[in-house]
Design a protein around this ligand. Sequence first.
Ligand code: GLN
Length: 534
Amino acid sequence: MSATRYIFVTGGVTSSLGKGILAASLAKLLQARGYSVTIQKLDPYINIDPGTLNPYEHGECYVTEDGAETDLDLGHYERFLNVPTSQANNVTTGRIYQSVINKERRGDYLGKTVQIIPHITDEIKRRILFLGTKRKYDIVITEIGGTVGDIESLPYIEAVRQLKWELGQNALVIHLTLVPFLAASGELKTKPTQHSVKSLLETGVQPDVLVLRTEHELNAGIRKKVALFCNVELDAVVQSIDVPTIYDVPNKMKEEKLDQTVLRKLGLPLKDEPQLEAWNEFLHKLKNPATTIEIGLVGKYVELQDAYKSIVEAVTHAGAMNSCKVKLRWLHSEKITEENVAKKLAGLKGVIIAPGFGHRGIEGKITVARYVRENNIPFLGICLGMQIAVIEFARNVLNLRDADSTEMNEKTPHPVIDLMEEQKGITEKGGTMRLGAYKCQLVNKDSNIYRAYNKLEISERHRHRYEFNNHYLEAFEAAGMKAVGVNPDTNLVEAIEIPANKWFVGVQFHPEYSSTVLKPHPLFVAFVKASLES
Ligand code: GLN
């Protein structure tokens, strides 16, 4: 087997240009040509992981099968590549410093002054190379978070400089920038790109490929100019024009021959033309829906759609599978009351209550849960969403008036959702939830969840501290809310249903994390189908 090749993706001019989507699209093309590819994200902030970050700061926290709380870009990587990522695919400055400082305390550097170069940069390099040497991928794509020129990114760029030097032709750098369009003069401007490449050059890194985000087609003149000013070959100046869906980007990059340019520069054979039939079949369905329905998404971060990224994508995948476009109606839980709930939910074919933490917005969610239960509207409750359905049922069906989760009210007389036993001694917040994939045994074949998965043993990812209180299980089941999935080792209730309703499912796990373009998640597919038929 030939040596692993390393591709670095840096960004310039502004953030939010879509480095993650670019990395995922290139990876998709290389994978479709027969290479094994993985993508890694290096995040230049000091937090150990985004698990403790407010979604307002950083969008959704994505969870891997092995229980890492990671950047939402890893979700894109999995959705595009259909291959699971792991703890090793997301590294932060906090984690780098933590391991260097731990080594220092152990005495590993005894006698030496510990410095950014070489100790921090060596640790960064070790984590980049790890995926190639230990996990044995043909190609590792490493996305450097932030924008070139940021103080925080400097050690990462320095590590890239060193690796480029050490790896020679086995490494290359793709720099993503913006070519803005000035409406007043009707011109596309390359100057910000030139400046951004200059600041990369100041750190000793010459980009091999430039990808230019643009709202308008770039003509040959602009490409030539960029090539000339930035020392890159003409065919290594790649246009990335705005497209209606992120899932168009692989095809756009294929048109621009980004994959071919990259393989040529890495000295790798082109192999087969990218096999994108299944991908394009999905795109065709996505773009030609037979019908449109509206589904409500209830949460407390609805002004920030990145907070629910994986849910939005899972719904998109499931819509395409059902040949229907799903419009999401974003419902702010704090603004929902018993008086306005009917109006707010009018016309919705289905409702999702999102995951979440803390007390804010809880009563609005409970009001929604009651409304959809009483009006037999298809419902999917995810994690906190399931817990809400349980609390609502306790209060309004079992008549346990002050029933609650102990997360919201420690003194509730009816803790129908309670802190997990294993969580009771825990005081540290970071990385201490029940995280990652656990088994769930479906109780029998007579449930909507079984009909969705079509198998009795499933495995799904988790991120929670509280659980259904089994002390109340009998009462719930007698009144019509059933535990339809449990963890076989601990009996923790993983899924509930109200069989009397058409489609009312709550899950303690997060199905949204594992929905991919080629494998839309069965639970979302079934939920959208039920909504479509309601
Ligand atoms: N806050 C709840 C818990 O910790 C739900 C978590 C979630 O929705 N991810 O159990």
